[in-house]
Design a protein around this ligand. Structure first.
Ligand code: ADP
Length: 190
């Protein structure tokens, strides 16, 4: 079983690339952002709690997202592999993921990290706000808070994987096809 992590700041293009990777490599795509938005839309207890946090650009508690990931890993035994998008987003989540995969006799296959700078993040998210209707894309203060949260809590996760030799950085500023080509090059060499 293969476990890919698509990593990067908000707006780096994780969702776009995940859709293409899922198709090409028959992976089960797990986006914690999508799972949370579904809970919010359905107004579940979890969704109500997540809404105020995500609307302000803050992270949802680790235990919640770790539980969500565990449920999906348990529920799908037919996938050829999993593509994690938006998880892990903190060191504690990375540690929990290592443990969950170890319990399954497995480990992270590869971390694919899409790199774009902060100004590009803000530019892209503002553009996305014109097309999609995400509450957390709506105003610049929230976007800036997401960028800050990324640097404080999520970026350190890079160090968690760097020493494993499975960490790959990809320039996220090319065209969708260019970025996808680079990602496929890495996956095909594995
Ligand atoms: P982004 O475009 O910021 O990468 P996502 O769609 O991945 O957005 O996630 C939207 C929001 O959902 C995040 O800003 C955060 O509040 C919450 N979220 C998603 N994944 C996680 C996670 N692994 N841990 C905590 N919160 C998360």
């Amino acid at each position: 079983m293969k476990y890919f992590i698509l990593f990067g700041p908000p707006g780096a293009g994780k969702g776009t690339q995940a859709a293409k990777m899922k198709e090409k490599y028959s992976l089960r795509h797990i986006s914690t952002g999508d799972l949370l938005r579904k809970e919010i839309a359905e107004e579940t207890e979890l969704g109500k709690m997540a809404k105020s946090l995500t609307d302000n650009g803050n992270l949802v508690p680790d235990e919640i997202v770790i539980g969500m990931i565990r449920n999906v890993l348990d529920s799908d035994r037919t996938a050829k592999g999993f593509l994690l998008d938006g998880f892990p987003r903190t060191e504690a989540q990375a540690v929990a993921l290592d443990r969950m995969l170890k319990e399954r006799g497995s480990e992270v296959t590869s971390v694919l990290s899409l790199m774009i700078d902060d100004d590009e993040v803000v530019r892209r998210i503002k553009k996305r706000a014109e097309i999609e209707n995400r509450a957390d894309d709506a105003d610049e203060a929230t976007i800036r808070n997401r960028v800050r949260t990324y640097h404080e809590k999520t970026e350190p996760v890079i160090n968690h994987y760097k020493s494993t030799g499975k960490y790959n950085e990809v320039n996220g500023t090319g065209s969708i096809e260019e970025v996808f080509g680079t990602l496929c090059g890495i996956i095909d060499r594995l």
